[in-house]
Ligand binder design. Structure first.
Ligand code: G3D
Ligand code: MG
Length: 184
């Protein structure tokens, strides 16, 4: 019998006792990018009942006194329209890209560039996921880095990981990168 145990954020957090207290991680991306799927994967829960705009799908995870807030926001509107729902300081940003949807990559880049310009996200480390990497003919990491002009990013740390939020592959590596950034 094969018992498949899903990676969870809580399991990953165990190795990070120097993590800053109560970090806020914001998950953003265009609609259909896979944000809710990612949230479901990280929390082992079905968050599907919370549909995109205008609601904010917020998830708080407690682990040994550590609170990790994951915010899953729809991507259809400018980020500014969401700030009325959001008052806490953001410590890290996860930007989910649908790597299988080349047709929307310019729109995806526009949204990403406006995020980078937002003063509320100034200096905030950015983890980009090239999601849906399980699908054929996906944009590869190098292509996404180029399309999103990530090599031009200054004043903040960034990284990009290919992943499949659906299958879980690659998710852990990205989360580890963020946890390192949030560790003092
Ligand atoms: P969103 O919350 O960013 O809007 P969702 O996106 O998490 O709702 O995902 C949108 C659709 O993409 C869903 O399909 C979901 O199953 C699919 N999806 C998300 N991540 C992956 C992935 O890694 N691989 C594949 N193949 N599909 C993914 P449905 O059909 O439910 O609309
Ligand atoms: Mg969603």
């Amino acid at each position: 019998i094969i018992i498949y145990i899903k990676m969870s954020l809580i399991e990953l957090l165990k190795g990070y006792n120097k993590l800053k207290p109560e970090p806020n991680i914001l998950i953003l991306g265009l609609d259909n990018a896979g944000k809710t799927t990612l949230l479901n994967y990280l929390t082992h829960e079905d968050n599907k009942n919370t549909k995109p705009t205008p609601g904010v799908n917020a998830k708080s995870i407690q682990c040994g006194g550590i609170k990790l807030n994951v915010y899953d926001l729809g991507g259809q509107k400018a980020i500014r329209e969401y700030w009325k729902y959001y008052y806490e300081k953001v410590d890290a940003l996860i930007y989910v890209v649908d790597a299988s949807d080349e047709g929307r990559i310019d729109e995806c880049n526009d949204s990403f560039q406006s995020l980078l310009k937002d003063e509320k996200l100034d200096k905030v480390p950015v983890l980009a996921y090239g999601n849906k990497a399980d699908l054929p003919n996906c944009l590869g990491p190098d292509e996404i880095i180029e399309k999103l002009k990530m090599n031009d990013i200054t004043g903040r740390d960034w990284s990009l990981y290919a992943c499949s939020a659906l299958k879980g592959t690659g998710v852990k590596d990205g989360i580890k990168w963020i946890l390192e950034k949030l560790s003092q």
